[in-house]
Unconditional design. Structure first.
Length: 360
């Protein structure tokens, strides 16, 4: 019998099929990687936009209350506030609505770098309330902005009785904003009658009766306004998720303590913020004529506008790393930042705040 031929692929056909298959797989892989890059870039752009919005939502309400003391402003204070002795010059200091510290830029900004607490790394040197609290340590190069004014979203409260230099009690028409007195510690408030203002410490609230820590050193007629105050600082520090972040510190008085024990309560607000730089607008009453860093402001009472710049970053794999390092300019060449080569997309987010107290 004649043998039957066995059907199948020859070696040449098999190699050709494998070659075509590899070409198809390579094409699919290229498309997949391209789509993945597009997705990572799009996702990071959205993430950075969310961070921009979060920065504005975090700083904006605080800034709108800068220097605002109800009917008056910090510039209309008539007497020093009679709180007990304070631990540092910065603590609950209403001498100026805005105070700032310019960080010395390192050669290269490192993501999630270890917080530093060397006062001389900033100009002027950091207040000891910041360096003395390890939780409030900022990363090297981050500017630190401190503001004091009305508590965000608070509103003036009417005072129904006359305030005298011999009495330490007030009657208000609404005490709901004073029910949470810094978790049990005294709350700092301002009283104003549109011609003068004073900062006082509230030790307790019962119904509409407000008891002060001390009798004020100046008096007010009935109809004055009272508003709760808050001292807040912002800086960039080491985050909890492997990225640097924007932190908020609120000066609080511990339960059962006095203002002499006040300290910063620090919270990470916006992750993915690698650097923050601040310029202060100084000049006439109507508009700033120049913008300088904190070390160049001779009188903080002259600050009318604050400009802030933030270096915001997206997720890993969202950008192709350059051959060298990433370079960014925040405001101008004096604030040029270098970031080690990596795969994170970044951009600069700017915001401007008007600090003209009573007009906010």
């Amino acid at each position: 019998m004649r043998p039957r031929h066995i059907a199948g692929f020859g070696l040449l056909e098999l190699m050709l099929a494998m070659g075509i298959g590899l070409i198809v797989i390579a094409g699919v892989l290229v498309i997949f990687l391209a789509q993945q890059q597009i997705y990572n870039s799009s996702s990071s752009q959205s993430l950075m936009q969310d961070a921009d919005n979060a920065i504005a939502a975090t700083i904006g309400p605080v800034a709108r209350g800068v220097g605002f003391l109800g009917c008056g402003s910090i510039t209309s204070q008539g007497a020093p506030y009679p709180l007990s002795s304070l631990p540092t010059p910065l603590t609950l200091n209403t001498t100026y609505a805005v105070q700032g510290y310019t960080g010395t830029l390192p050669t290269s900004i490192q993501d999630n770098a270890v917080n530093v607490s060397t006062a001389s790394d900033w100009s002027p040197s950091l207040d000891s309330s910041i360096t003395g609290d390890t939780a409030a340590g900022a990363e090297q190069g981050s500017d630190i902005l401190v503001m004091i004014g009305a508590v965000p979203f608070s509103r003036p409260i009417g005072v129904e009785n006359a305030i005298t230099t011999s009495s330490a009690t007030l009657t208000v028409n609404d005490s709901t904003q004073l029910t949470n007195i810094n978790s049990g510690g005294p709350q700092v408030v301002a009283v104003s009658d549109c011609s003068k203002s004073a900062v006082l410490g509230v030790s307790s609230v019962s119904g509409t009766t407000v008891t002060l820590q001390n009798a004020p050193s100046i008096g007010f007629n009935p109809g004055a306004q009272l508003i709760p105050l808050q001292q807040t600082m912002f800086f960039v520090g080491k985050g909890s998720g492997g990225q640097s972040g924007l932190f908020e510190g609120v000066m609080t008085i511990p339960t059962g303590k006095t203002a002499s024990s006040a300290t910063w309560t620090v919270t990470e607000m916006v992750p993915g913020v690698l650097a923050m730089k601040v310029l202060y607008g100084i000049g006439g009453n109507e508009a700033a004529t120049e913008y300088v860093d904190a070390s160049e402001v001779s009188n903080l009472g002259d600050v009318t506008t604050i400009k802030l710049a933030f270096l915001v970053e997206g997720g890993t794999g969202s950008a192709t790393p350059p051959s060298g390092s990433w370079s960014y300019k925040m405001f101008n060449s004096l604030y040029s930042l270098s970031v080690p080569s990596d795969t994170r997309m970044r951009h600069i987010y700017y915001m401007t705040v008007n600090t003209r107290n009573a007009t906010l």
